[in-house]
Design a protein around this ligand. Structure first.
Ligand SMILES: C[S@@+](CC[C@H](N)C(=O)[O-])C[C@H]1O[C@@H](n2cnc3c(N)ncnc32)[C@H](O)[C@@H]1O
Ligand SMILES: [Zn+2]
Ligand SMILES: [Zn+2]
Length: 312
């Protein structure tokens, strides 16, 4: 599958999952000891030693995430984007791709890290991308601020893609079902993959009360809940979201997860105007708004479309 960057960033689910259990594991030759995250980097490593080969495994050619972060931090320090006594913790948010819930620090191969930092200009971001092989994209932004479209009354917010391609994948697991969800990370909110996520558990609970329900995923975003339902016992899912980028990513995710086109329908609308366009009888409506949003008005409208409105 072609990515917007013309490279092979997007893989089918079966290909992503093929080697996922070993992808981030060290080989016997790997350097396994990490760095101290809160102590200034320069107190732990001579910065001029840090290049793309520093602590790289001679056998598998992968590198511990801490040394990848250290390499990025060195470039930020050299280019005066961050204070010289910064620690790795100050650097920003690292997001691996494909991401899954790990109980160990990952050993990274090429183009498996998207970094979100507040401390970079375009030229430095480009330098990071060229110098640090593990980096897939550099995004400028503050991860305490949500990106995406919060409600119909506000414009979408985005981070700033400074270099590379920001398409990345989260692997979401719940019980026996695994789905792979891609997103343009500078434009879509961060959702960390969790084993047995509470949201998927809730979807699971409601699905178990029906045989083959028709579902409206009314604020579907990139499609996690509806695609999960299609992997379980949903007959069909009607996806809807107001935000164009979410709908673009949803379309990718339907292909990645091998969902046949006769099992879904897509709308790109404000929920409040959706009712007249849904012709099908809906059993379950899923409503997954951002945390701070009051859902009363949405729920009132949705009750006219489906019998069972579940606020996730
Ligand atoms: C918490 S996110 C949903 C995440 C989603 N479950 C997923 O897997 O990506 C809330 C979504 O509501 C959408 N949204 C906000 N206001 C909306 C409205 N009035 N009508 C439809 N969608 C809306 C946003 O674009 C966003 O994608
Ligand atoms: Zn790409
Ligand atoms: Zn190795």
């Amino acid at each position: 599958m072609k990515c917007k960057c013309e490279n092979n960033c997007i893989q089918k689910k079966e290909d992503i999952l093929k080697d996922i259990n070993t992808l981030y594991k060290p080989c016997p030759e790997c350097h396994k000891k990490g760095l101290k995250k809160a102590i200034p980097l320069k107190q732990q490593i001579k910065l001029d030693k840090l290049d793309k080969n520093y602590k790289r495994c001679p056998q598998c050619h992968k590198r511990h995430i801490d040394y990848v972060m250290a390499h990025i931090l060195k470039i930020l320090i050299q280019n005066n984007q961050i204070t010289p006594d910064a620690s790795i913790r100050k650097l920003g948010t690292p997001l691996i791709t494909p991401a899954l819930n790990l109980d160990y620090l990952p050993i990274l191969s090429k183009k498996t890290l998207v970094i979100i930092t507040n401390n970079t200009d375009k030229q430095t971001a480009q330098e990071i991308l060229e110098e640090v092989p593990e980096v897939k994209a550099v995004i400028k932004g503050n991860t305490e601020e949500i990106v995406g479209q919060i409600t119909e009354n506000v414009k979408p917010q985005t981070y700033n893609l400074m270099a590379g391609c920001d398409i990345r994948c989260d692997i979401q697991n719940n019980l026996d079902t695994t789905i792979c969800i891609y997103k343009e990370q500078s434009k879509i909110h961060i959702e960390y993959p969790r084993t047995n996520s509470p949201k998927l558990q809730e979807v699971n609970n409601i699905l178990s009360q029906y045989e083959n329900p028709v579902i409206l995923d009314a604020m579907c975003g990139v499609g996690t809940l509806g695609i999960y339902a299609l992997n379980k016992n949903a007959k069909k899912v009607i996806f809807n979201d107001i935000y164009n980028t979410a709908i673009d990513n949803l379309k990718t995710n339907l292909q990645v997860n091998n969902i046949s086109p006769d099992r879904y329908e897509i709308h790109n609308q404000n929920i409040l105007e959706l009712a007249e366009n849904i012709k099908e009888e809906v059993d379950i409506v899923l409503l997954d708004a951002f945390l701070e949003v009051d859902t009363t008005e949405y729920a009132d409208v949705l009750k006219k479309i489906g019998k069972d409105v579940v606020i996730i």
